[in-house]
Design a protein around this ligand. Sequence first.
Ligand SMILES: [Mn+2]
Length: 419
Amino acid sequence: MNISNHNQALLAQHTRRLDFLKSEVNLPAGILQKLKDFQIAIPSWALGTGGTRFGRFSGGGEPRNLEEKIADVGLLHALNQSSGAISLHIPWDIPTDPAAIRTLAAQHGLAFDAVNSNTFQDQADQANSYKFGSLQHVSAATRKQAIDHNMEVIKQGVSLGSKALTVWLSDGSCFPGQLNFRHAYERTVDSLREIYAALPADWSLYLEYKAYEPNFYSTTVGDWGASYSMVNKLGPQAKTLVDLGHHLPNANIEQIVSILLMEGKLGGFHFNDSKYGDDDLTAGSIKPYQLFLIFSELVDGMDAKGMNHAKDLGWMIDASHNVKDPLEDLLQSVEAIQIAYAQALLVDRVALEAAREANDVVRCQEILQAVFRTDVRALVAQARLELGGALDPIALFRQEKMREQLIKSRGAKTVATGL
Ligand SMILES: [Mn+2]
């Protein structure tokens, strides 16, 4: 991959765009460094073509094992220098030789972000079924099996240098009357307490909520209120994880984020976008303004607490779709996230607060939308350039025929593990 030739060819155009941006906007000191520091973890399950329950259309050249998944994330990171971490799903990606996997990841400049447990599917070798839930299950033996699995995932994560466990539960019910809501809640909290007790001191537990699906009547950790009340019971290492696609339609996610941050209970993020439900579409592809508003609250809330933007929250993509090249899709997602973050850094917080205090609603909207309508792509590209990445990652991916090369080396009929 010849990044410097690619960048050289685009440099004059890039410089012109960046100079124009600088002439239009007063860039705050340190903004480029913040963009350079901001890394977004790539989920191991997003490297293959996704599917729906109606079918899956594999694109070819998909990674066949964990080593190839790491190579794919390494490729993304080489292109954009902003995908410096990978988030694994156990048991889809159990490392057989953790030391070798760690070395391989380090060679690509990658760290291991949160590890994800899976008690929403039955595995071939397990004794008890999760058909009626896992941590909430009426049977103590099934709950114990799910607890043990989470403890095993923590062990796997420790061996890789991960620092967080993400728990997402599909537990709930499909029909009225099926479940005692209180018992399900209490059993879930009791199970989570046992998992929490197994956390290393420097680890976090992220409890991810989701409104519905696969259960359609009730979900035991169905919204931020359920997650927040549970993580409060567990202790300081437990926090809520917000997945953008896990809300009911039109939920005000930016407000949820703001309150969770204020309470010190926002732990991590799963980026994606959606039109109807948990569509797992490319971040920023449907509602870029919402993504910007969320980042505006994130920056404001983190600054209010003196938090490090890059390190103090877990930033992950949770997306995969069936009609795009997964690597191109992830490059688009990372770029959209960086753009929203860069725009949020440009908001004039002093002016916005003054307008709010004066009840100047029009001015408030003007301040936010002026930033949202500013094209900051050259600024994000400059951060990539300074880190040694490509000015136009997708163009370079295509110029170098990277997918064709992957198909040649891995085959056209490969299917990655995952959803
Ligand atoms: Mn998620």
